[in-house]
Design a protein around this ligand. Sequence first.
Ligand code: IVH
Length: 678
Amino acid sequence: MSTDSLYQELVRLRETLENHNYNYYVLDNPSIPDAEYDRMFRRLQEIEQQQPEWQSAQSPSQRVGALARGHLPEVAHEVPMLSLDNAFNEDELTAFQQRVQERTGVTGDLQWCAEPKLDGLAVSLLYEQGQLVRGATRGDGYQGEDITANVKTIRAIPLSLRANEQGEFPERLEVRGEVFISLASFERMNEKALAQGSKLFANPRNAAAGSLRQLDSRITAERSLDFYAYAMGEVTPARQLDNDSHYARLEQLRAWGFPVSRETKRLTTNQACITYYRDLLARRDALPYEIDGVVFKLDAIALQEQLGFVARAPRWAVAQKFPAQEQLTWLRGVDFQVGRTGAITPVARLEPVEVGGVVVSNATLHNADEIERLGVRIGDRVTIRRAGDVIPQVVGVVVDERPANSSAVEFPSRCPVCDSAVERVAGEAVSRCTGGLFCGAQRKEAIKHFASRKALDVDGLGDKLVEMLVDRDWVQHPADLFKLNALQLASLPRMGQKSAENLVNALARSRKTTLARFLYSLGIREVGEATAQNLANYFGSLDALMAASEEQLQEVDDVGVIVAAHVHNFFREPHNQEVINMLTQGERAVYWPEVAPANAASLDLAGHTYVLTGTLEQMTRDEAKEQLQARGAKVAGSVSGKTTGVFAGANAGSKLTRAEQLGVPIYTEAELIKLLES
Ligand code: IVH
């Protein structure tokens, strides 16, 4: 290949890779599969290695990071990076709005720009002649740290500006925004840390901060940080800002290539701010990233300039905070819970404390390593975090307030339920009870799982009831459930004749199931509902699955070496074979309709991804999901450019809007039923 055409290929690769980032992060519309991105990326690296003189500070290859020596140098901000005043309730917001009305002399309603208050780190990005030349942290507002190499690894941050419609961008532009980590990435990071027995990050903010302020930007590159722009600093020449509203400036930033939160809205009345706050608070847990409030900014730049600043915050903006997700309380004791797989989890017993509107009296301490790392002792003052639907956790200890009579947390060496030995596999962070189904705790959890909604779905068999049945030794194995009779059940406390009969009927009904549900109900390690469905689709029958080798198992979608080994070992274990025999043979056996093993005809929806949203009338979303999956389709939780279609029931919300924005086909429930019946 001639040097000329190699150079052209390099230019094309750089452009395509950055375009892809723009499509992905700014337009939310991925244009090529990740694997293709990776391929082009490697090709770019290859060319640059071959021709080192073509290396450029703006090349997407810089996004892998590099090791810096020494420390992060200081940067002075040309325009100080200020902070925001807070409002802690609706009255404080109204008072703020009134002050703004008075100061501006505007009598009618004011126009506001409402934005989520992202919980990450403020950064400043400087572009000269359209090229990213510097990234800095906020620091004390006047001086920050130079994190140029680190911000370049964040794919949401453009390395060069896109020209606007007039083909222009400013000679010098400073963009401000928040670097943050999505909840999914945060959880992945901590799951990995938990499994490796390394330090957990207390919250997404700390994870983002710890990842960004790294001397070795290769570490930053691995952390999948994200970015939203929310303001401009210096813009030269200023004529490129032919708009007089903050909202319009954010749109301008989007056009130059910066992602701006889709939740950003222009509001035309003061009252609308309250509605916006309530709406976002209600949706807080459903957002893919953590926010700690909303920010209202006066939309008219002229009015912003008129009001100016007081101390270190603008008079024209306010952050209305959400209830905190972290609180301090006292650790009264630690109990050890035994899970379905024998995993022993230390559970903190706390002085009850309200966190984000819910009273918390228990929180997880994860495992022995985490107790050691936190250095926590019984009696300590501890920080509790409760966010979204994740169980509350102890994330910190206030060592200064440790009482004199504090005591160490002793991790048990024998199971607190069955007294079997506790074992810790080398290289794993979890400790497990070795009692298996001999252990009452494991048996209870196994049976709860067996009867749960996504497994055999036994109506009316709640956790408390399972515990009673196991404690009385009426149920040792799942198959024992089907031997229960109404007379016996009616003798239990708080169980009438009628409910006993209902339960017996529900048990009988649950015996008719599907192969996928049955597999899931067995509680094989790492086999969730989706994997169970894939296994059922692929093998068609239990016998074929039980006979499969590890290699054959690995042929199945989403089944790797580890899952294949778990499945294989499970079916080799004589005790498990016995349980399966008890369940599938005899008069009260579990049964399911035969399905043909996977072939092109039976899995006609393979390769399609659907999203279900809103309320369906003829079936539940879970039922629809199950039927779609049985036909080979994937059912995703969020809409993206890769979504085949969205089925929208009544009162569909943001997912429907998203689909409209992305031009993803939208179908009605009637169309869903037609598809499922076809
Ligand atoms: S504007 C002069 N907008 O909140 C106004 N800040 O308490 C400066 N933050 O350090 C900030 N989301 O890290 C603004 N949509 C948003 C924000 C936001 C998060 C953070 C930012 C800042 C802190 C101020």
